[in-house]
Design a binder for this molecule. Structure first.
Ligand SMILES: Nc1nc(=O)c2c([nH]1)NC[C@@H]1CN(c3ccc(C(=O)N[C@@H](CCC(=O)O)C(=O)O)cc3)CN21
Ligand SMILES: CC(C)C(=O)C(=O)O
Ligand SMILES: [Mg+2]
Length: 286
């Protein structure tokens, strides 16, 4: 593949790229236009150069360097401990691997909540040092000042409402949000982040009907994860999507592959062939 950005979907790769994926860099206004046209799009997490290249070739328009790296890259139990310094190098790899994608950097717990000034300073680091094109943060009404400050500086913000994993300790565990009385707050959060200037909003673990109502009410795209089929877009952690997550996954996950099984098979066969002395063969030797 050539380094030329305009040629990524050219040549042999064009047969595999979905026909309607534009050969252009994804911008915030493209996502807005897709909402107006009723065309759904897929967002996926990415944490390194090699996987980002594959998602670029698959035509995924938006890649999120999620703080879920805490779990799937660093092996922490929750997203609470992961730091800006742990996430920044991952952002750089994804940006290099996916020249057409809009790369969103997730602001980790503790890097934005204290004040709009703190939030802007962290967002600026992800833009300048990471090369990100946008940032994401968790919270609705209560984070509106942060969203407004970042947006005012020319940095697009993806909001995240409903179940916000960084607040797992106040939300009382990993559970659906917006049921019963919570519905009113969820709608208020959605409106608040739109008014603060967010270009899109992730809704995590929200009843499908409520997510549909919010999607119709808002002018910005909604991105669902465990929020039913009426959102403008969907997002998943790539290891969940590809069957590369160990243990039980959430109800909202569909495994579109068995990447973990295939990697285990390959590693097992490699070790066996080394043990048997059949690898490397003459064709791998100098
Ligand atoms: N691999 C991975 N996938 C994710 O989607 C993800 C992460 N990591 N890390 C950060 C957050 C944490 N998320 C989570 C974590 C657990 C559940 C979960 O256990 N859900 C259960 C309980 C639902 C309920 O009781 O209402 C489920 O069955 O869906 C959901 C979302 C979503 N994010
Ligand atoms: C699951 C998505 C929305 C996320 O915030 C993450 O991967 O960190
Ligand atoms: Mg996150």
């Amino acid at each position: 593949m050539s380094d030329n950005v305009t040629s990524v979907y050219g040549g042999a790769a064009s047969a595999e790229a979905p026909a309607d994926i534009p050969k252009r860099k994804t911008r915030v206004h493209h996502l807005q236009a897709m909402k107006a046209e009723g065309r759904r799009w897929a967002e996926l997490t990415a944490y390194d150069y090699s996987s980002a290249r594959v998602f670029e070739e698959a035509g995924i328009p938006v890649l999120l360097v999620g703080d879920s790296a805490a779990n799937v890259v660093y092996g922490y139990d929750t997203t609470v401990p992961v730091t800006v310094d742990e996430l920044l190098p991952l952002v750089r790899g994804v940006v290099r691997g996916a020249p057409h994608a809009l790369v969103v950097a997730d602001l980790p717990f503790g890097s934005y909540e204290a004040s709009p000034e703190q939030a802007l300073a962290t967002a600026v680091r992800f833009m300048k040092e990471g090369g990100a094109h946008a940032v994401k943060l968790e919270g609705g009404e209560r984070m509106a000042p942060q969203i407004a400050a970042i947006t005012a500086a020319g940095i697009p913000v993806q909001a995240h409402i409903g179940f916000t994993p960084q607040s797992v300790n106040t939300l009382g565990g990993f559970r659906v949000q917006g049921r019963g009385d919570g519905a009113e707050q969820l709608v208020a959060d959605a409106i608040a982040v739109q008014e603060a200037g967010a270009f899109s909003v992730v809704m995590e673990m929200v009843p499908a009907d409520l997510a549909g109502q919010v999607t119709r009410k808002l002018s910005i795209p909604t991105v669902g994860i465990g929020a039913g089929n009426e959102c403008d877009a969907q997002v998943l952690v790539w290891q969940d999507m590809a069957g590369y997550t160990s243990g039980k996954t959430a109800k909202f996950v569909k495994k579109f592959g068995q990447v973990g099984d295939e990697l285990r098979r390959a590693a097992t066969q490699y070790a066996a062939e080394v043990g048997q002395g059949t690898f490397p063969g003459p064709e791998h030797s100098f």
